[in-house]
Ligand binder design. Structure first.
Ligand code: ATP
Ligand code: MG
Length: 237
């Protein structure tokens, strides 16, 4: 599926590197230098997920851009790039910012900006190939979740930084040390390997199979790696 379009209206000294980074990530990265360019673009494209704006150097022009993002039934989130000082003065005064808009402070690396854009795309649910939003429905109100369980998320957009290690050890420690019932879900659709870390891969247990067999009371025995974790956790007490 094609990735969404991202528009960037940044100063010339930043624009090139940001466009290159976003293009490399597979986005249709479109440089914009005047509000009329954005107006023309939005008249023909409905797949703009995020607009990166300069919230500091030319504030009036940014406001023009901002208005366009919310015209004609569109509600495109803006990522405002500005200095920490400008951010501070904005947060002190009245703000026109939408709840989905975000701020990003200078100095920044194009890589860090790209990951912020990735996160905004997920949140905005605008990745739509015509078959509907990828993410949608359901309640995300914390009160709903709290009734059922405490939710802990181990998140980092970067690969290989220890998410699985932290998540599996945390889950094991909560289960073994605290005696809590823990549901560990690996939401990584590509490289999820929680089951490998817990040595469950050989038994071929999926989440569904695990839930089904535990309901039937057949999952009393811990896999080898968990027994090891159990022993280690006991010796830590
Ligand atoms: N605190 C640590 N010190 C040293 N090495 C670590 C530490 N935490 C994790 N590792 C090692 O770093 C590697 C990556 O860890 P892990 O698989 O947990 O990362 P990840 O963020 O889940 O990666 P991916 O994005 O591929 O899912 C593994 O080989 C792991 O053993
Ligand atoms: Mg992982």
């Amino acid at each position: 599926m094609a990735r969404p379009a991202i528009v960037a209206a940044l100063p010339p000294s930043e624009q090139g590197a940001v466009i290159a980074e976003l293009s490399q990530a597979g986005f249709d990265a479109i440089p914009i230098s005047r509000p009329i360019d954005l107006e023309t673009l939005l008249a023909s494209r409905r797949d703009v997920a995020v607009a990166i704006l300069d919230g500091e150097r030319d504030f009036d022009t940014s406001l023009e851009y901002y208005a366009l993002l919310h015209e004609a039934g569109q509600d495109i989130p803006a990522l405002m790039v500005l200095s920490p000082r400008a951010l501070e003065s904005m947060t002190l005064g009245p703000s026109r910012a939408d709840a989905r808009d975000e701020f990003f402070t200078r100095p920044y690396s194009p890589d860090a900006l790209r990951w912020r854009v990735e996160a905004m795309c997920i949140r905005s649910m605008t990745v739509d190939d015509g078959s509907g939003a990828v993410l949608g429905g359901g309640s995300t109100e914390m009160t709903d979740w709290q009734r059922r369980a405490q939710l802990l998320a181990v998140f980092n957009p970067k690969g290989g930084v220890g998410k699985t290690t932290v998540a599996t050890n945390l889950a094991s420690a909560l289960a073994v040390n605290q005696g809590q019932r823990v549901l560990l879900v690996d939401a990584d659709t590509v490289t999820g390997h929680v089951t490998t870390s817990l040595a469950w891969n050989r038994s071929g247990r999926s989440l569904t199979a695990g839930v089904t067999s535990s309901r039937a009371g057949r999952s009393r025995r811990w896999p080898t790696s968990q027994r090891r974790t159990r022993r280690a956790c006991r010796s830590c007490r």
